[in-house]
Design a protein around this ligand. Sequence first.
Ligand code: DGP
Length: 116
Amino acid sequence: MPEETIFSKIIRKEIPADIVYEDDRVTAFRDINPQAPTHILIIPNKLIATANDVQPEDEQTLGHLFIVAAKLAHDEGVADDGYRLIVNCNKHGGQEVFHLHMHLLGGRKLGPMLSR
Ligand code: DGP
């Protein structure tokens, strides 16, 4: 079993977070250090450490992440102008929290995808 992170405590409401959506498979909350006017993290309630650890049985849950992302983009008013969804993996990807999560960033022009 992968080690729990602070995100498991957020899912269980043991520590506070600005939760904007939750259901039996997914929790979404505002990033503590926002990089854009809208910066939400969408995470599976099941602890999957990294994109490398995704299993075939996670397919529905991870597909659901996109459904929730599209709903939240609409709710936040960023859907039409556009936004960016990011999943970082391990060291080169810049992953800091080892509970797989999708960043939803929007509300301004985000610039080039990668810093050069
Ligand atoms: P990543 O680099 O992809 O692993 O992104 C981790 C993100 O998680 C980072 O943007 C900051 C955010 N984060 C870390 N700890 C907390 C926390 O305790 N609460 C909230 N809301 N966000 C957190």
